[in-house]
Design a protein. Structure first.
Length: 255
């Protein structure tokens, strides 16, 4: 990028540091950040608008230090491990399970021939298949979400190996619930910011809202209610009681 913003936009590095807090550049112009105007390519990560003042090219002073970048791929690995841990620990605490995860859970209780992690994986696969049928085409990003879902299901079985051995007392149940809720909150925050394929159970309502041209909130609420309805019906029919629904289910719905 030449001084004054002339030259191909690809010559600029991605927006970073002060001018790029949420900003982007188009044809050499910084937009949406703290500053706007023609950008200069500088040594090091980021680029800055011309004449921005001290700390920027042409403004005098030292350049600000580059921001640390947290890789989305690394965040995705943490999400698969953290969310599966949080879901299983919350279930183990007796506080219930999220509405979306309640369906594979109740199926695993009715048909224990397969583990909870395997039923979770199969349930998520069916959701991806439904989306492709509705789209009437193969969507590569759905396949990536399918792989993330597979990792999530497998990690649930891994966590079950050691979580099931933890002691259970009334006080520890509360501790387990608080830990699982905090972990789930962090996992959801990472999922929303990593900009990579998400778990199919989260992808399904988002994509369905686009396909049906309906508000996401409406579709998500109906999907959650549908999952809870299936869980309650199967639980009453085959287990003669309600399983997997508790205070944790309510808290998960508010996250």
């Amino acid at each position: 990028m030449t001084r004054g913003g002339r030259g191909p936009a690809s010559a600029c590095l991605p927006c970073g540091n002060f001018c790029g807090r949420g900003g982007k550049q188009h044809d050499g112009i910084c937009t949406g950040g703290l500053f706007a105007g023609p950008c200069h390519r500088v040594a090091g990560p980021g680029h800055y608008p011309a004449g921005a003042g001290p700390g920027f090219p042409g403004g005098g002073g030292a350049l600000p230090p580059p921001r640390r970048v947290f890789r989305g791929e690394f965040a995705l690995c943490i999400i698969a491990v953290l969310n599966s841990f949080a879901v299983y620990l919350m279930l183990y605490s007796g506080a219930g399970i999220s509405s979306i995860s309640s369906v594979p859970y109740i199926i695993s209780e009715v048909l224990p021939v397969l583990s909870l992690g395997t039923w979770t994986y199969l349930f998520q696969t069916s959701l991806v298949a439904v989306l492709m049928l509705l789209r009437r085409k193969f969507v590569p990003s759905y396949l990536l979400a399918f792989l993330v879902g597979f990792a999530f299901g497998e990690m649930m079985d891994v966590h079950a190996l050691w979580i099931d051995k933890l002691p259970l007392t009334p006080v520890l149940r509360v501790v387990y619930f608080l830990i699982s809720f905090a972990a789930l909150t962090l996992g959801i925050a990472l999922s929303n910011h990593c900009k990579l394929p998400i778990i199919p159970t989260d992808l399904f309502p988002r994509e369905l809202a686009v396909i049906l041209n309906k508000p996401y909130k409406t579709v998500k609420t109906r999907f959650d209610l549908g999952c809870l309805t299936v869980t309650v019906v199967l639980s009453l029919l085959f287990l003669h009681g309600i399983r997997g629904i508790g205070i944790g289910t309510v808290f998960c719905a508010l996250v």
